[in-house]
Ligand binder design. Structure first.
Ligand SMILES: *[C@@H]1O[C@H](CO)[C@@H](O)[C@H](O)[C@H]1NC(C)=O
Length: 272
């Protein structure tokens, strides 16, 4: 598996590429933009933190601030703790610094979502431990703070995307408030937006929507990836693809593995 940093790099490149082709979409202030901003801010926090721990950066190392015995006296702080404070700070500098002086609605929304992305990493650090002692007897246990899995960060942000709150400028012109006064004001970890999403069903140059024609969908899923919703009622086409894979593998003593080649048929649905 490639390291997360290269995965993230590819991910960022993909976002950048999409940004160039979908500039209008990302310069809007929709729920989708909120998610992209938060994921990028979380990704920068994550990557910088990881680079600190692996010794790839000169400016930072493991976090050594947690020392001594744990609060319950059961184990000791030790090992290489992920330095999320540094990752958080660098992400803030990199993503927010040049917008800090502006106070228009779009900028405020963006800064809020960047922060939500960073907090989805920083507030969910895990504690990982290791046993020492003869044959793992665990007479001494050391623990350190470790980054959450990025998959869990992304899942959390997807949940925030689903529950994002629409906001409007407050009367003082400085604060932002929920459009619907009855809902709970969004917290620091929540995502916010100020413009409704365009209709993503059909291509639209002005909004930057590519439309969903040609998208791969799942004919049995009731969710957003299901053909019913994704194809916006236009229906879908089914193609059968054949791929050759190794199968009926046998282990021959010693040491050889022989396989047959099987053809697997797969049905791929694409939206009309
Ligand atoms: C399609 O959706 C069904 C129901 O949600 C799910 O069980 C199945 O794994 C999905 N298929 C693929 C290829 O994702």
């Amino acid at each position: 598996m490639p390291p997360v940093s290269s995965y993230l790099f590819n991910h960022l490149c993909m976002i950048l590429f999409e940004c160039l082709s979908l500039i209008n979409l990302l310069c809007a202030d929709t729920r989708e933009t909120a998610f992209v901003n938060a994921v990028v801010a979380a990704g920068v926090t994550y990557t910088v933190t990881q680079a600190c721990s692996s010794g790839h950066l000169l400016q930072c190392t493991c976090d050594k601030t947690m020392k001594g015995l744990s609060a319950d006296g059961q184990w000791e702080w030790g090992g290489c703790a992920d330095n999320v404070q540094h990752g958080y700070k660098k992400s803030r500098e990199f993503m927010d610094a040049k917008y800090r002086k502006r106070s228009d609605l779009k900028t405020q929304v963006m800064l809020h979502n960047n922060e939500a992305g960073r907090l989805s990493v920083k507030n969910f650090m895990r504690t990982e431990c290791k046993c020492h002692g003869l044959s793992g007897s665990c007479t001494l246990r050391t623990c350190w703070r470790k980054l959450p899995l990025f998959r869990d960060v992304a899942t959390r942000l997807k949940e925030k995307f689903d529950g994002a709150a629409k906001v409007i400028p407050g009367n003082d012109g400085k604060t932002i408030i929920p459009e619907v006064a009855t809902i709970k004001p969004p917290g620091r970890e929540d995502l916010i937006y100020s413009e409704e999403s365009p209709d993503f069903c059909n291509p639209d140059r002005v909004t930057g929507s590519l439309g969903t024609a040609g998208r791969v969908c799942n004919s049995t899923s009731p969710g957003v990836e299901g053909c019913e919703l994704l194809c916006c009622g236009r229906g879908y086409e089914t193609r059968t693809t054949k791929t050759r894979v190794n199968c009926h593998c046998r282990f021959k003593w010693c040491c050889e593995v022989t396989c047959k080649v099987c053809t697997v048929k797969k049905h791929v649905n694409t939206c009309r």
